[in-house]
Design a protein around this ligand. Structure first.
Ligand code: ASP
Length: 438
């Protein structure tokens, strides 16, 4: 087996006990060369993530409040870890420097990034690994976008100097030297970037669940784990609300053809989920890979006789949405009707104006906006090859006594999307799941 890059999330590094688990995972396989670390996460349900505490400090300074007491709690999180690990490691200088930085307005991202920075320093010391500061290897451009090529080049050179190293996740540096973070959960992206630069054979992403599940466990009881999923299937499921991995984490490794293995720090023997670019096989028993969905959607339905003969009709409708800054999610259309599915939150502020503008733009027979729609996506690369999958999806929903409001099958045949009333969402999801997983 070749080189592995391993990323540990916040809950995997929340306290000394978790640090020990991480160390035993890393040390169990000498191929685990580079470790990307998050900031300490929650130790129990109502605990506060260190990243959130740091954001709070930043806000307090902005409001001219004294952070001394609150910041001391952050210091204690780290000192507690060091103490409980039985290490002798003095980070008081670092803690003081960071406090000063926050107090002297070094920026919101600087404050937030220090969670990863400190945790990685401690982890590197505990593992006996080198430390590579993300600040010297992860680059953003002036406009704030991530500079993939420069990062890849510099990171490659730096990694070559270390056989084993820890790299903090979540942040990098702007051309003017200030710290910038990715969006929340961004350590997943750093892990992916490091995996690409290291030309890793595998990117292991260690978290607190044993991989992806076929359905949301808050809705379906004890859903089966997904053993293998393609990047494209994952995109479909994540878009519909399944979240374990940051969406942008897929791109760097996807192009390099490096699979991601989602693993559970608290159950290291479980194989987790493999995310791969392509695979020949699929689960011939289950056919589908997963089912996900989201609520809070509205449908704008526009009717006009002979609509399909009118050139530019769709474009003019979409232009209205664009003018109001509304992006659309789906566009299922009939001969004389066009439906646009949008998020209710996005359309809410402009409801009346959107209707008026569509009236003006295309002079339809009617335009209505209906709320309370939920979408469900049944995703699976095996669906193309298995006859009758769509029929089974529709039957299972109607057997669950749910009315289907809308159907949309992507031409990729990777998914079937159905729209139902929001209050039927849970029933429909359970119906579909039970149809395919016995
Ligand atoms: N600590 C950061 C957050 O809470 C980044 C991460 O954990 O990936 O969002």
């Amino acid at each position: 087996m070749g080189l592995k890059v391993v990323k540990f999330g916040g809950s995997s590094l929340a306290d000394a006990e978790q640090f020990r688990k991480v160390a035993s995972i890393v040390k169990a396989d000498p191929n685990r060369h580079y470790v990307v670390a998050s900031a300490p996460g929650k130790r129990f349900k109502d605990d506060v993530k260190v990243t959130d505490m740091l954001y709070r400090c930043y806000e307090m300074v902005k409001n001219h409040e004294d952070i001394t007491e609150y910041y001391a709690q952050i210091c204690e999180r780290y000192n507690g870890i060091i103490r409980d690990l039985g290490m002798s490691f003095d980070i008081s200088g670092e803690l003081e420097y960071i406090k000063n930085g926050i107090q002297h307005h070094s920026g919101r991202d600087f404050a937030a990034s220090r969670g990863e920075y400190l945790n990685s320093l401690i982890l590197a010391k505990f593992l006996g690994f080198g430390f590579i500061d993300a600040e010297s290897v992860v680059f953003f451009r002036d406009n704030g976008s991530f500079d993939e090529e420069k990062t890849n080049e510099e990171l490659k050179k730096e990694l070559a100097k270390y056989e084993y190293a820890v790299i903090p996740g979540f942040y990098g540096v702007m051309p003017n030297g200030t710290i910038k973070t990715f969006s929340r959960g961004g350590s997943d992206i750093t892990g992916s970037i490091v995996a690409r630069a290291a030309e890793a054979e595998l990117y292991e992403n260690w978290t607190d669940v044993s991989g992806f599940l076929m359905a949301d466990p808050r809705i379906v009881e004890d859903p089966a784990p997904i053993k293998e999923i393609t990047y494209r299937e994952l995109r479909e499921l994540s878009y519909m609300g399944a979240s374990v991995l940051h969406e942008d984490a897929i791109f760097p490794v996807r192009y390099a053809g490096i699979p991601i293995n989602i693993r559970n720090t608290n159950e290291p023997e479980a194989p987790g989920t493999m995310i791969v670019s392509a695979t020949n096989g699929y689960d011939t028993e289950k056919i589908i890979t997963g089912v996900a969905g989201k609520k809070g959607l509205s449908v704008i339905t526009i009717e006009k006789d002979m609509m399909n003969a009118e050139i530019g009709f769709g474009r003019r409708v979409l232009e209205v949405l664009e003018d109001h800054g509304i992006s659309f999610e789906h566009l299922p259309s009939g001969v004389d009707t066009m439906s646009v599915v949008v998020s209710t939150a996005a359309v809410d502020a402009h409801r009346e104006r959107v209707i008026a503008s569509i009236n003006r733009a295309v002079r339809p027979d009617s335009v209505v906006i209906e709320d309370g729609l939920a979408l469900l996506a049944v995703v699976g690369r095996g669906m193309v090859k298995a006859k009758g999958t769509a029929a089974r999806v529709f039957n299972s929903v109607s057997n669950a006594d749910v009315n289907i409001r809308m159907i949309d099958q992507g031409s990729s045949e990777l998914n079937i999307i159905i729209g139902v009333e929001e209050h039927d969402f849970e029933k429909a999801m359970n119906g579909i799941y039970r149809e395919f997983v016995k």
